[in-house]
Design a protein around this ligand. Structure first.
Ligand SMILES: Cc1cc2nc3c(=O)[nH]c(=O)nc-3n(C[C@H](O)[C@H](O)[C@H](O)COP(=O)(O)O)c2cc1C
Length: 395
């Protein structure tokens, strides 16, 4: 994202303070954020906050002489790879639907050829007003994209539709739009994440410590490189990522069924989920009562997903091992006929399952071995996808 420019239009909604968080997260993702604020927005949040967060000048008027842009609305409209209007008031979308350009933000929106993403925020009554709905339809027909509004508690104290969408959701959609022409554009990728849970009775299950962080990092990285992503997730507490198809599953059998259904036309399958190898033979319909004798739980072998699904062009597995890491990973690479396998040493507490970082080794079918040092899972995800892109162009 390092050479990507976003013009962030902030308007006079009470949610304007949340745009600071959005600006911060976009900046952290490497995007250059050029903030444009309406006069009403400056009444709610100070331009200096956006300037400090983004490290770039903030524009508030058409006739400022201090900023580097010469004719500012034109320069801003041309520099933008994406324009985001967040939060967007009822007023600003009405003006945009009518083609009005009476301030820097609306002028830039009218002049830009970049895609425009709008995150609405307003009181339920304003949102439901027929005029707002008609303006929304007009902007949709002009090809503009929308996030939200969400339903929930409103600043006025009420509850209803009109709430600013979660910043992580807006961020996800925005990064997906910025990466639309990336090196995975036009590719369908299926990624599994998290741990499966095998029920013993209505309240107990056999599970594992997988958090889903590695699979989610892969899914977000693939989305931001232009892929059409299907994320199949077992148990996780992570927020649902935006800009992809997310399927939640429980057991290993459900994960297999979903991977089978979703991967029919996929180019790539990456199995980062921790799938149970064994499941209880029987699921008790009532909670199992405590007795004075030991309980023996018969377990059956589950069906291996990568062994079953062999017709996806690029198949990537993960090997989480506590001993003989490379040897065991090589064995899986060969027996499952994989293109790549990522070997994780799970005996370490600072890497692999549950950790934010990963130190892993990527092995390929030609016998090459690449060791990645300890790095954030998102970075490891990018390195794994670099290898996938290499395989795609070689095929
Ligand atoms: C505290 C406060 C909060 C407001 N919040 C919203 C809002 O969430 N959505 C909205 O459409 N208008 C909201 N308004 C009304 C807008 O600020 C008003 O329509 C203004 O003209 C919008 O100007 P702009 O679209 O140029 O930023 C709010 C006004 C105030 C005083």
């Amino acid at each position: 994202m390092s050479e990507r420019h976003v013009v962030l239009g902030v308007t006079g909604s009470i949610a304007a303070y949340k745009a600071v968080d959005l600006a911060s997260k976009l900046t952290q993702a490497g995007v250059s954020v050029h903030t444009v604020m309406t006069e009403a927005a400056t009444q709610l949040v100070g331009p200096a906050t956006f300037r400090a967060i983004t490290g770039l000048p903030v524009s508030t008027s058409m006739f400022e002489l201090t900023n580097p842009f010469s004719i500012e609305h034109i320069s801003l409209s041309e520099v933008a790879d994406l324009m985001i209007i967040a939060p967007a008031t009822a007023n600003v979308i009405a003006k945009m639907a009518a083609g009005i350009a009476d301030d820097l933000l609306t002028c830039t929106a009218l002049a830009t050829r970049a895609p425009i993403l709008i995150a609405l925020a307003m009181h339920t009554a304003m949102w439901e007003n027929a005029a707002t709905q008609a303006n929304l339809e007009t902007l949709q027909s002009l090809g503009m994209s929308f996030v939200g509004p969400a339903t929930g508690r409103l600043a006025s104290g009420g509850f209803g539709a009109g709430r600013f969408a979660p910043v992580t959701e807006i961020l996800g959609v925005a990064l997906g739009m910025l990466g639309a022409n990336g090196d995975l554009a036009g590719r369908k990728i299926v990624i599994t994440a998290g741990g499966t849970r095998e029920p013993i009775d209505p309240v107990r299950f056999l599970g594992n410590r997988s958090t889903g962080k590695m699979g989610f990092a892969l899914a977000e990285a693939a989305r931001d490189r232009g892929a059409n992503v299907s994320l199949i997730s077992g148990a996780t507490t992570l927020p649902t990522p935006a800009g992809m198809n997310v399927h939640s599953v429980g057991t290993a059998a459900e994960m297999l069924d979903t991977v089978e259904a979703v991967s029919t036309d996929a180019d790539i399958l990456i199995m980062a989920a921790a799938v149970a190898d064994y499941a209880p033979e029987m699921r008790a319909s009532e909670k199992i009562k405590k007795e004075d004798v030991d309980l023996v739980l018969p377990l059956n072998r589950t069906q291996d997903i990568l062994n079953t699904i062999r017709d996806v062009p690029i198949r990537v597995g993960f090997a989480a091992e506590s001993e003989n890491l490379i040897e065991n990973a090589k064995g899986k690479l060969v027996s499952k006929n994989l293109d790549l396998i990522v070997a994780n040493d799970i005996s370490r507490s600072d890497s692999g399952i549950g950790a934010d970082n990963n130190e892993c080794t990527i092995l390929d079918a030609s016998g090459n071995q690449e060791s990645l040092p300890l790095m954030p899972k998102r970075e490891a995800a990018e390195r794994i996808l670099d290898r996938v892109v290499g395989l795609l162009s070689a095929k």
